[in-house]
Design a protein around this ligand. Structure first.
Ligand code: ADP
Ligand code: TRP
Length: 332
C-alpha cells in the first residue's frame, strides 16, 4: 500500500443471520468495492458483546458473515478480512483512548440515548439493562478506526455519529500528545432502511420480517410467498413502487428485467402469487452458486478460521505499529 493511498476500513457486527436487507444495504456494496479497493474489513464480534452473551451465537454469526462474504465473491486479495477480537492490540488501544474521551461525548451517543429513552418510555430506571459495553461502544469503534490508520470509513447512516466521534477523539488525542492519529471521514455508502421486509416495514431482525440471504431453496420460497400484499385482484393495475415484491426484485434483476416487471405491474393481469414466483425464481437463480459455496464453507469451519487467520496476520503488523506509537506518546 503506497503512502498516498487512502486507507479504507469497515466493520460488520455479527448479531444475526444476514438477511436480504443486510446484503443489499451493506454486504453487496462492500463486495463490489473489494474488486478495486484495498479495505480493512472485520467482523466486529467485540461490538456484539454488549447485546449477545452467548459465545456459540457470536461464533455462529461470525462464521455466517465470513462465509457469505467469501461465497458472494469478496476479493480476498484486496479485502483484509479478519475478526476484531483476534487482534489483541484493540483491547489495549480501547483502554488507552478512554483517558482522552470526554464522558459528555458518550452521553450524546444516539445509541445510548435511544436505550435511555426506551427505558423512560417504559417507566423503568433510565439505565436499566444498559451495560458499559453499550455506553462506551463509540470508544471501541474509535479504537478500530484509529488502530488501522483509517482515512475513509464506509458505514450506514446510523453509524455516522460514531465515526465523527472517532474523529473527535483523534483530535483530542493529537491536541494533548501531538500529531499521532489521522482524522477519519465517514462515507455513507450503505443505504440503511431501504429494503422492505415481509410485512412492508424496513427489513430488520428486530421486526422478525426478514428473508435470510442464504436460506435453503424451500425456505426462501416459503418466505417470499409470505410477503404481505394489498387486496388488489390479478386483473387490476398495480403501482410497482408500492409493492415489496418489486422493491426486492429491483436489487437482483437486470435493468431490462426490472423495467419489464414494472410494466407487468402497471398493465394489470398479473396476480401477486405470480409476481412472488417470479421474484423467488430470480433471487434463487442469482444466489444459487453462492449458496452452494456458503454451505460448503459452513460445513468446513476450519477453512473459515483459516481465512480469518490469514486476515489477522495481515492486520496485526499495522495494529502493532500504531499501538507502539500511542504507548510511546502516552507513557514514554
Ligand atoms: P437489523 O436491522 O436487521 O438489525 P443491522 O442493524 O445489523 O440490521 O444492519 C447492518 C447493516 O445492514 C446496516 O448498517 C445497513 O447498512 C444494512 N441494512 C440493514 N437492514 C437494511 C435494510 N432493510 N435495507 C437496507 N440496508 C439494511
Ligand atoms: N458499529 C458498526 C455497526 O453497528 C460496526 C463497526 C464496529 C464498525 N467497528 C467499526 C464500522 C469500525 C465501521 C468502522 O454497523
Amino acid at each position: 500500500m503506497s503512502s498516498t493511498e487512502k486507507i479504507v476500513l469497515t466493520g460488520i457486527k455479527p448479531t444475526g443471520t444476514p438477511h436480504v436487507g443486510n446484503y443489499v444495504g451493506a454486504l453487496k456494496p462492500l463486495i463490489e468495492q473489494s474488486q478495486t479497493q484495498k479495505t480493512f474489513m472485520f467482523i466486529a464480534d467485540l461490538h456484539a458483546l454488549n447485546l449477545i452473551h452467548d459465545a456459540t451465537q457470536i461464533k455462529q454469526h461470525t462464521y455466517e458473515i465470513t462465509a457469505m462474504l467469501v461465497a458472494l465473491g469478496l476479493n480476498l486479495d484486496n479485502a483484509i478480512l479478519f475478526r476484531q477480537s483476534d487482534i489483541d492490540e484493540i483491547y489495549q488501544l480501547n483502554t488507552l483512548l478512554t483517558n482522552v474521551t470526554p464522558k459528555g461525548l458518550m452521553n450524546r451517543a444516539h445509541s445510548y440515548k435511544a436505550a435511555m429513552d426506551k427505558n423512560i418510555a417504559n417507566g423503568d430506571d433510565v439505565d436499566a439493562g444498559i451495560n458499559m459495553g453499550l455506553y462506551t461502544y463509540p470508544i471501541l469503534m474509535s479504537a478500530d478506526i484509529l488502530l488501522y490508520n483509517s482515512d475513509i470509513v464506509p458505514v450506514g447512516a446510523d453509524q455516522k455519529q460514531h465515526v465523527e466521534f472517532a474523529r473527535d477523539i483523534a483530535g483530542y488525542f493529537n491536541h494533548i500528545y501531538g500529531e499521532t492519529f489521522k482524522l477519519p471521514t465517514p462515507v455513507i455508502g450503505r443505504d440503511t432502511g431501504l429494503i422492505p421486509g415481509l410485512d412492508g416495514r424496513k427489513m430488520s431482525k428486530s421486526y422478525d420480517n426478514t428473508i435470510p440471504l442464504m436460506a435453503p431453496e424451500k425456505e426462501l420460497k416459503k418466505k417470499i410467498m409470505r410477503i404481505i400484499t394489498d387486496s388488489k385482484t390479478p386483473e387490476e393495475a398495480k403501482d410497482p413502487d408500492e409493492s415489496t415484491i418489486y422493491q426486492l426484485y429491483k436489487h437482483f434483476a437486470s435493468e431490462t428485467e426490472v423495467a419489464e416487471f414494472a410494466e407487468m405491474f402497471r398493465a394489470g393481469g398479473m396476480g401477486y402469487g405470480t409476481a412472488k414466483t417470479i421474484l423467488f425464481e430470480k433471487i434463487n437463480s442469482v444466489l444459487s452458486d453462492a449458496r452452494m459455496e456458503y454451505e460448503r464453507l459452513m460445513a468446513n469451519t476450519d477453512e473459515i478460521e483459516q481465512i480469518l487467520k490469514r486476515g489477522a496476520e495481515r492486520a496485526k503488523p499495522v495494529a502493532m505499529e500504531t499501538l507502539a506509537r500511542v504507548k510511546k506518546a502516552m507513557l514514554g
